[in-house]
Write a protein that binds this ligand. Structure first.
Ligand code: PRP
Ligand code: URA
Ligand code: MG
Length: 212
């Protein structure tokens, strides 16, 4: 059976409002970082909608009955550095038993190709559902390289969580990895001549960490 690649854009008012504040050039580092963390939680709510549960018998103060608890594969959150870090740092509060991996990668400003400089992943990543985080899915080069890294390490179930995506980035990821579902807060128009998402929010890493 073949299935179509999945892109999910939740269109939730809270998510869109916070994303609009992130886009505003007047928003400073502290507020941008806080908003990125909040948007990440809302994205995780959507991305983790299909986590498995099983009934577990519990006793409330009034009755004993079966209630849903998470079951199935354990989770791994993997950040593409730097900008993905703010997302995993936030989401891990929702799923504190998740293991956290890091893939260091920056995009060469001339070629727009990803340059990998670090990788540390959970040893049992093959047995975990992986949520890969990077706020910006632009050309898609970084995400495709990170997914290749994850699959080479054995990962079998991967979802990509991005705050902003553009159609060319989504297509590049899905052409290379049709099994990877993408969850994004918004799908913007496209890329400018420097590979930046338009209208976008600028350089996510620089806005999170106050660098230039
Ligand atoms: O889809 P792509 O065209 O590959 O671009 C997206 C990448 O660019 C940004 O990282 P950046 O290179 O700025 O690194 P940083 O997070 O360290 O700032 C962003 O966080 C993605 O990783
Ligand atoms: O718009 C963009 C594109 C790539 N990386 C960013 O941080 N922003
Ligand atoms: Mg950057």
């Amino acid at each position: 059976m073949t299935t179509s690649p999945v892109l999910t854009v939740p269109h939730h008012p809270l998510l869109l409002h916070k994303l609009s504040l992130m886009r505003d050039v007047q928003t400073g580092v502290k507020e941008f970082r806080e908003l990125a963390a909040e948007v990440s939680l809302l994205l995780a709510y959507e991305a983790m909608r299909d986590l498995e549960t099983e009934p577990v018998t519990l006793t409330t103060p009034l009755a004993t009955a079966a209630f849903p608890m998470l079951s199935g594969k354990k989770l791994a959150l993997v950040a593409i550095l730097r900008a993905g870090l703010v997302m995993t740092d936030s989401i891990v509060r929702l799923v504190p038993a998740a293991k956290v991996g890091h893939i260091g990668m920056y995009r060469d400003p001339e070629t727009l190709s990803p340059v990998a400089y670090y990788s540390k992943l959970p040893a049992d990543i093959a047995e975990r559902r992986v949520f890969l985080t990077d706020p910006m899915l632009a050309t898609g080069g970084s995400a495709v390289a990170a997914i290749e890294n994850l699959k080479a390490a054995g990962a079998q179930s991967i979802k990509l969580m991005s705050i902003l995506a553009v159609p060319e980035g989504v297509k590049r990821v899905h052409d290379a990895h049709p099994d990877v579902e993408i969850v994004a807060a918004a799908l913007d128009d496209g890329l400018n001549d420097h590979g930046y998402i338009m209208p976008g929010l600028g350089d996510a890493g620089d806005r999170i960490y106050g660098t230039k």
